[in-house]
Design a binder for this molecule. Structure first.
Ligand SMILES: [Zn+2]
Length: 467
């Protein structure tokens, strides 16, 4: 039975989907104004593990994601500039050209990390109609009011506003939000948030703009996720995911809008992952510790080294990124690949079906326990070291595990030697038996020159392909 930590109830719960065999997941997508950094990517990585785990357990997953290309301000609390328009100014591009540029790079990053692409994707700028329709419903039900600058959601009208957020964070939110009251004096409650911005004040020259029943303008950030998730998955759906920084504002407001409008839950499970820190500090451009996959590459690390690194920390624990840490992840992954390229040149052990099943059960149990990937990796290494199971069986099971781990191991594995190499190894064995060690050694060198390393063990030689 799969257990997941649900932020809504603040405990691990048994997961059961609404439909028997289909799981509908919504993950908040990127705001496409710059390259995703490794902290952003960590979130997409554990979300991919969740999706792959559900598939491994036999569910069909319907995964939807939004692309934010308008309305996300530099502060989540409705202040500052639109990130897309600001980025566009900096790069001398139109807002949509900038957005498409970084959207493309985002999907390239996902591909490099072996993250499966969502089944359904929608952009904020292409769902404005749905967002306006949703605001109209909220208006009709009395949840909105108007100021000179915006249409707001009136949080005081919703009885359980903020239920996703533990009490402690709620207080912090109020303090943060209060400072902002200064900006729009007509805002009624500090937590109220914008549904629709007008072309007033700093937004006078906002390039992306649409007509609406309330006047020309552009949508707020939160409303897009409520409108898009409903359009792509319906309401309620099974699981809503995101980084934990979304709990106090973005996800709290998504819940407020969708539940006020339709009087049913938005999602049954809310799952949040922890931050990534760099050398113990919060990542930021000004500190120069803001890394993308290209920065890792410049330092000699591949995207899958980073994927392995994130698997070695539970998604609900902070991950402290260090260069030594990714170096050991790279070593571990390289040892794993070496193992998969090793073939035994001696009669292999008989199959231990029961033992293999035990490992598979242990692997599933680790994942079913709130996606415990460090434990799942420990099971994999324990399997590798188990001397009672033959190499071929181990490799097959590891490829099966990789359906979840996603380390691209299928292209690394070798199950048998090319016949030419096999023959040469056989000849070398014969020479050794005849104590013709000099000739045997020459043959070993020839085999090595073809890329195969020989390790003589008490059972016989192990041959590994060294790519
Ligand atoms: Zn969202």
């Amino acid at each position: 039975m799969l257990r997941l930590f649900n932020t809504l109830t603040r405990k691990k719960e048994i997961f059961k989907p609404l439909a028997k065999k289909v799981v509908k997941i919504y993950t908040c997508g990127p705001t496409v104004y710059n390259r995703a950094h490794i902290g952003n990517l960590r979130t997409y990585l554990w979300e991919d593990i969740l999706k792959r785990t559900l598939e491994y357990l036999g569910y069909k997953v319907e995964h939807a994601m939004n692309i934010t290309d308008v309305g996300h301000l530099t502060s989540d609390e409705d202040t500052g500039e639109d990130k897309i328009e600001l980025g566009a100014k900096k790069e001398g591009l139109s807002p949509l050209t900038l957005a498409r540029k970084y959207e493309k790079k985002f999907f390239q990053d996902l591909k490099r990390l072996n993250i499966k692409k969502p089944d359904k994707i929608a952009r904020a700028t292409q769902t404005v109609k749905e967002q306006i329709a949703l605001i109209k419903i909220l208006e009709k039900k009395g949840f909105t009011y108007r100021s000179r600058y915006a249409i707001y959601f009136d949080t005081s009208k919703l009885k359980d506003y903020g239920k996703l957020n533990p009490q402690k964070d709620k207080k912090e939110l109020l303090v943060g939000a209060r400072e902002e009251v200064v900006i729009d004096k007509e805002k009624k409650n500090p937590q109220d948030f914008v549904l629709w911005f007008f072309l007033e004040g700093r937004y006078k020259n906002h390039i992306l703009r649409w007509p609406s029943p309330w006047g020309e303008g552009f949508p707020g950030w939160h409303i897009e996720c409520s409108a898009i998730s409903r359009k792509l998955l319906g309401q309620p759906f099974d699981i809503h995911c995101g980084g934990q920084e979304h709990i106090p504002i973005h996800h709290t407001n998504e819940i407020a809008q969708s539940e006020a409008a339709f009087e049913k839950p938005l999602a049954l499970f809310w799952i949040h992952g922890e931050f990534l820190m760099v050398e113990g500090e919060k990542m930021s451009k000004s500190k120069g510790n803001f890394y993308t996959l290209d920065d890792l590459k410049k330092n000699g690390f591949g995207p899958l080294d980073f994927r392995y690194l994130t698997l070695s920390t539970h998604y609900q624990s902070p991950l402290n990124f260090t260069w030594e840490g990714i170096k050991s992840a790279q070593n571990a992954l390289s040892n794993l690949k070496k193992f998969l390229k090793t073939v035994e040149f001696y009669p292999s052990l008989s199959k231990k079906k029961n033992k293999l099943n035990q490992y598979k059960k242990m692997f599933i149990k680790a994942l079913e326990n709130n996606l415990n990937t460090p434990q799942a990796l420990a099971v994999l290494w324990q399997l590798i070291k188990d001397e009672e199971i033959n190499l071929t069986e181990k490799k097959k099971l590891i490829l099966d595990f990789d359906k979840v781990l996603g380390l691209g191991l299928e292209k690394e594995v070798i199950f048998s030697l090319p016949s030419k190499i096999k023959k040469m190894v056989g000849q070398r064995e014969q020479l050794r038996k005849n104590k013709q060690f000099i000739q045997a050694d020459t043959l070993r060198k020839n085999i090595e020159a073809l890329g195969y390393k020989i390790e003589d063990t008490p059972k016989g030689p192990l041959i590994s392909y060294q790519k």
